[in-house]
Ligand binder design. Sequence first.
Ligand code: AOS
Ligand code: ZN
Ligand code: ZN
Length: 392
Amino acid sequence: MTSSTPSHTDPLADLDTFSIEVPSWAYGNSGTRFKVFTTQGTPRDPWEKIADAGQVHAFTGLAPRVSIHIPWDAVDDFVELASYARDLGVSIGSVNSNLFQDDDYRLGSLTNPDPGIRAKAVAHHRQCLEVMRATGSKDLKIWLPDGTNYPGQDSLRDRQERLAESLREIYDATAEDERLLLEYKIFEPYFYSMDVPDWGTSLLHCLALGERAKVILDTGHHAPTTNIEFIVMQLLRAGRLGAFDFNSRNYGDDDLIVGSADPFQLFRIMHEIVSQQAHLPESGVNFMLDQCHNIEEKIPGQIRSVLNVQQATAKALLVDREALLAAQQAGDVLGAHGVLMDAYETDVRGLLADRREAAGLPRDPLRAFAESGYAARVAAERVGGTQAGWGA
Ligand code: AOS
Ligand code: ZN
Ligand code: ZN
């Protein structure tokens, strides 16, 4: 060998630039339709949510951006919110619109049969774009909750045409350095049809809009048994994977801690990502979390989540790609499978702790956070007011 780069000598070197975006709503209370449990110290406003998100980054070095949601995170001065975030070592990530909490949207928002309601939903995105410009965010994230509950309720085809027109108006309002990210979801809140139910529909709309329109893959938004890593590969191949909403699902859109239900699936996803070098920042893929912590502590839940994503990425980086390719080309079925499993079964926890220590971070972020006294401090400080939650 005549030359070597750090990534040749250290297979995990790319982790230095790998980051994960955390959602502001993960720090507020959430629950099911049966019960929302409250916790002491839960943030009461966007400022306190960002302060909590800052803790996740401070203890892991992995989460330098926070997604915000409009209007849940509406403040009088977004420039000030962004500057507050910067002071805490984080920045504002994607801006999420809200098309599901307004009475006008009973029959849909961007697809509503009423042009006046569609115009209102489009105008909301102009407001979100203003928030992006004030905060320095570059990603407008649209999860479209529109759909129908009964066959015949509305024309499936007409709803697609309305959606295409509405998205066109929004996309045309974006600047050259801004992206429109379109999420898909198989069901809920509607149960007969969703207007963006799958990656194909999202991709078709993105392709029609233009280069800066990309698909968001939420890992909880598919039918059971869906091969999600195949979708990841295909969207990367098309240059249209904009972001992930990572979480775990056992049944529906569970929004549990990523990597808790099926760590092997997370590894398989990250293997496809690493195979196409999409873990590097220049790929433009934003690795976001979309989770809620209904019964567990929220900041530790987020710390655990970002560590799980990092761990899966580390294992994916350890795949011996030369050996894998050789086995694949030789038709060595079990040999190729074995190469992948060797990486997955490697215990990387010590290696990752060493890397954290070398970077001046705690070896055990969960323990360090527990010992920091932050949770007790905010529980004592955050008295009065209304705790933030799903919807505020
Ligand atoms: C809803 O099911 C989607 O996963 C959304 O991405 C997300 O939960 C929402 O944007 C938060 O409002
Ligand atoms: Zn999502
Ligand atoms: Zn979801």
